[in-house]
Structures are given as structure tokens and as C-alpha cells.
Write a protein that binds this ligand. Structure first.
Ligand code: UDP
Length: 370
């Protein structure tokens, strides 16, 4: 019997990679297909050294309820035929919620990595996914003490919660190319270290509202008058920008297709500034020591702001203002961040999760160790 690791998107592959590698043959990887095109998943499996997953059908591109129910039905069949000893899910995706519900339905112990994140923004489906997964979980691996406090505030018993740090710290350490490879990569893109901006935009709150998308792209285009602005374009953003007739605002930017993880980290490591609405990037900049403007209404990761790495701004002129403030700090600002420790822990979170998992399956109960 094995540990089923259920996932469905790029950030889950990134953050679960260190754990799956540690589990080796004991891990059974199940990909729901939530985002399975090669640019967002296929190539990440190979790059991160992950085994070929079992891939579910009929999930990608569907409405949220259909994604969750289609994955749940197939996971239930899979768990009935071959019951795992535990199910691991990470984060707040529909895939993670399906995995949690499927474990619950078959009374299989459930481990949630990155438990206790809260944006308190009920307009975000991810917030509902997080709350539901945490309530169902038997072992909650919180990345930070604040995440643990969020769980305790929802009356989750302390004995189910462990503060492990965030697995992404090891993901970055493992995948960041060395200095020579990074220098070659920057050369290939024609970039000078500390003299360009790296941006990502893909959240529905920024892409699906044409006014918000126009406003974010307007600010990025204005920044491009000062420094090159690289934008690896998520398929959703490309489609929405084309549909909204915003191609003119993309023209001043250096557009790339979605890039591999090592390449993204290398570019992030030497960017003067990142501008992003991604969740994972808020954590990665704290490991790489780079400043970030977070373009979101709310965040479930206030730690990056509190430690001085990130500013949270809504789409609009504040994006450009926050970006210029950071860029004006110059090398002194970069040196300060390079010397600031990441609030997301050290590179051993996955080892702590393995210890908790071992304890859980050895005892065969659904109560976590203190
Ligand atoms: N990422 C990547 N290539 C790209 C853009 C992002 O490898 O072109 C990585 C990024 O470093 C982070 C993850 O993908 O680890 C974030 O994924 P996404 O923004 O899709 O999801 P979120 O973190 O917002 O859940």
C-alpha cells in the first residue's frame, strides 16, 4: 500500500516535488488534469524528476463543481480498488479539495500541506477550498506560526497541527540553476542582472475583468519605458488580452511562453523587481531575496509583506507607484532583502512531513501526533 498524492496544477507539482522524491516508490501520484497542458504540467513532471502520474479524465476546462465532482468520482474508484494508507494534498486548488473529499469518503487519513492560509476573502473559490480541506484533514502541515493560529481560530484541535515550514523553500533550492547557468540564461535573453522586471498575471480577478487587465497591462507597459519587462504569458491571460483587444499594451513587453521552473527561478533571482498575482511567487521571492509587487485584492500570505519582501496593491496606478518606489531603492534595497531570512522556514519541510506521514501510517489512526 502507498501514499496517494493528489494534485492538478503547476504550483502543486512545484511544491510537492521534494516530498514525492523523498517518498520514492511509496508515492502514488494522481493528477486530476485541472491544468494539464504541457506548458503548465507535462514538462514540469520531467523537469522536477517526478514519476508519470495516473491522469484523470474530463476535469480540465470544466466549471468548478464539475471539476471537483468528476475528479472525486474517479478518485473514489481508484481508492476503492487500491486503498492508499494516506492521501496527501497541497494548497487550495479544486484538485486538492477533490482529493480531500475522496479521502474522507473512504475514511483514509488525510494530510494537508500548506494548511492554515487565509485571505478572509470569500469571493475567492480558493479560500473556500482551503477552509474545507483543513476541516477534513487529520494532519495539518502549517507553513508558519500565523497559519497555525488561523487553524486554531477555526477550532481545529492543536494536536492535528504541525508547523513544518513551506516545502517551496526546498523546491527553490533544488531547482535554481547555478551561477554560470544563470549568467548564460540571462545572456540568452539579452538581460543584465538587476536591470529588468519579471511579471506574471493569471488570476481571474485580473484577467477576467477587462478593466483590471487593461489597468495591469497599462502599468507594465509604462514600466517598460524604464526597464525591460518580461512577461511569461499564461494561456488564460493571452486569450483574455486578445479577446479584450489589448494587444497594443502587450507590444512594449517582452512576451515569453510559460517557462520551465528552473528558468523562471533564474530570471526571478536577478530581476530588479517582480510584479505578480501568483501565490507561489510571493514565497519564492523571500528565498531569492527579491522585491515583489503583488497585484491582488487580498493575500493569504501576509508573511511576505510583513518581512518586507512584498507590497500588496490593487490593479491601478498604485501598481506603477509601488514598482517605482521599489526600483528607486536600487542596490541598497536588494542588499537588504538578500540579508532578510525567509519567513517560510528552511529547506526541510518535506522531511518533517515524511516523519508525520510515517507516524500516521504506523499508528494507522486518523489523529496526528502532538
Ligand atoms: N512559474 C513557472 N513558470 C512561469 C511562471 C510561473 O515555473 O512561466 C512558477 C512559479 O515560480 C511558481 C508557480 O509557477 O512556483 C506559480 O504558479 P501559478 O502562478 O500558476 O500558481 P499560484 O502560485 O498562483 O497558485
Amino acid at each position: 500500500r502507498s501514499v496517494a498524492v493528489v494534485l492538478g496544477t503547476r504550483p502543486e507539482l512545484v511544491k510537492l516535488a521534494p516530498l514525492v522524491r523523498l517518498l520514492g516508490d511509496a508515492a502514488r501520484l494522481i493528477h486530476t488534469g485541472q491544468h494539464y497542458d504541457d506548458s503548465l504540467s507535462g514538462r514540469f513532471l520531467a523537469e522536477l524528476g517526478l514519476p508519470e502520474p495516473t491522469l484523470l479524465d474530463g476535469v480540465g476546462g470544466q466549471a468548478r463543481a464539475v471539476q471537483i465532482s468528476a475528479a472525486l468520482a474517479q478518485l473514489d474508484e481508484e481508492f476503492a480498488a487500491r486503498p492508499p494508507r494516506a492521501v496527501v494534498v497541497q494548497g487550495d486548488t479544486n484538485a486538492a479539495l477533490s482529493g480531500a473529499l475522496a479521502a474522507n469518503a473512504r475514511d483514509i487519513p488525510l494530510v494537508h500541506i500548506e494548511a492554515g492560509l487565509r485571505s478572509h476573502d470569500r469571493a475567492m473559490p480558493e479560500e473556500h477550498n482551503r477552509v474545507l480541506i483543513d476541516q477534513l484533514s487529520d494532519v495539518l502541515c502549517a507553513a508558519t506560526e500565523d497559519n497555525r493560529a488561523n487553524l486554531l481560530a477555526e477550532s481545529i484541535p492543536a494536536e492535528r497541527i504541525a508547523v513544518t515550514g513551506n516545502t517551496v523553500v526546498a523546491s527553490v533550492a533544488d531547482a535554481l540553476p547555478g551561477p554560470t547557468a544563470r549568467a548564460a540564461l540571462l545572456d540568452a535573453h539579452g538581460l543584465t542582472p538587476d536591470a529588468y522586471v519579471l511579471a506574471t498575471v493569471h488570476r481571474p480577478e485580473n484577467t477576467d475583468d477587462p478593466a483590471a487587465l487593461r489597468s495591469v497591462l497599462t502599468e507594465l507597459a509604462a514600466l517598460a519605458e524604464r526597464l525591460p519587462v518580461l512577461l511569461p504569458l499564461h494561456p488564460r491571460t493571452r486569450a483574455r488580452a486578445e479577446a479584450a483587444g489589448l494587444d497594443g499594451l502587450l507590444a512594449p513587453l517582452t512576451l515569453l511562453p510559460p517557462i520551465g521552473y528552473g528558468e523562471f527561478l533564474a530570471l526571478a533571482r536577478h530581476a530588479a523587481l517582480l510584479v505578480s498575482d501568483s501565490g507561489g511567487v510571493q514565497e519564492e521571492v523571500t528565498v531569492l531575496g527579491r522585491p515583489l509587487v503583488v497585484v491582488r485584492r487580498s493575500t493569504e500570505r501576509p508573511e511576505a509583506m510583513a518581512a518586507g519582501f512584498a507590497d500588496l496593491v490593487s490593479p491601478g496606478p498604485e501598481v506603477g507607484e509601488a514598482a517605482r518606489r521599489r526600483l528607486d531603492e536600487g542596490p541598497a534595497g536588494l542588499r537588504r532583502l538578500a540579508a532578510t531570512p525567509s519567513p517560510f522556514g528552511d529547506a526541510t519541510a518535506s522531511e518533517r512531513v515524511v516523519a508525520l506521514l510515517t507516524d500516521l501510517v504506523t499508528r494507522g489512526t486518523t489523529a496526528a501526533a502532538p
